[in-house]
Design a protein around this ligand. Sequence first.
Ligand code: UDP
Length: 383
Amino acid sequence: MDRICLVGAGFSGAVIARELAEAGFRCLVIDERRHPAGNCHTERDPETGVMVHRYGPHIFHTGDARVWDYVNRFGEMVPYVNRVKTTVRGRVYSMPINLHTINQFFGMAMRPAEARAFIAGKARSDITEPRNFEEQALAFVGEELYRAFFYGYTKKQWGMEPRELPASILKRLPLRFTYDDNYFNHPWQAMPREGYSAIVARILDHPGIELRLGCSWEDLDEAFAHVFYSGPLDRWFGHALGRLGYRTLDFEPIRDRGSYLGTAVMNFGDEEIPWTRISEHKHFAPWEEAGIEGTICFREYSRACGPDDIPYYPIRLAEEKAMLARYVERARAETGVTFVGRLGTYAYLDMDVTIGRALETADVAIPLLRAGKAPPVFVHPPL
Ligand code: UDP
């Protein structure tokens, strides 16, 4: 039996490879980078010893028991609650918007029911079906909180007016009328004790899996029984129909001693401040802090992704979706390949969703491959 190739050693490629290998298939996993784990990659900063999230902060959170059990098989997950702060007009507030944020912002001391009524009075009740991010925000919290906490940040993050963006982006954030400042609602929230790369390396550590780093799909000249491709969908077709739009990130390091920020993540809501947030990575591993004297932070800047940049966030506006539809149509005519993951399906996926989808992809593919049939081009269609 020919081997199966997995392009990309991030969570998608690694999880599918592991499931296939455990089902008796032989797999080759390739990645053009020199490390596994894709954009979740973590490595120790040689100067300080801090475990750095090389491609920006990744905090694991999930409500999916299968995914939670799965990651726990491959490394110790240490409970971790993401508590984000945001600086707006020279003051620091708690994010996501909660009772503390509301009371600080309006200089009040309301209890939950009072704050709920107060915000209901500010929210735009005439917007019943928000058509975009701005309308969603106005219907959610009203003009003042929208301008302070969402407008500038979102404009910097996405490079366009929030009214041009889909409402779904804002739906990622909760609004709470209690002092609960946990950024996420999921029951399981944690950080890997030894970093994400150690988890992915362990997922890939199976006698049925060969890992080849520093190797691009375009460099391979081998036949495979099937390919699971987690690279950019448009790249598979040599960008023949144009380039799907992404936002990329630039990281500017800041070195200091002790603690520079006093917390793991500080957002910056003001449009005039060019970075969106600063993250201080030692605070993502609080259990290590006592032994680490130096500190390293990163200012994060978002911009349009050029041909040589790393794609992070798919833009998915009308123009991109039209191009995506043409790529999907073209992809449906392919045989021997399944497109997976954030880049392969052009989707804004969190880590847990990526792992869940990879497991589902393997569930669908394994019986078909056993029967000598081809798995579908998309298990999770991008549109
Ligand atoms: N957002 C915002 N202000 C903030 C944090 C988030 O306006 O202080 C908006 C912004 O548009 C962002 C979206 O909410 O893209 C989702 O935020 P999340 O923290 O989920 O983004 P991620 O961590 O994936 O970059």
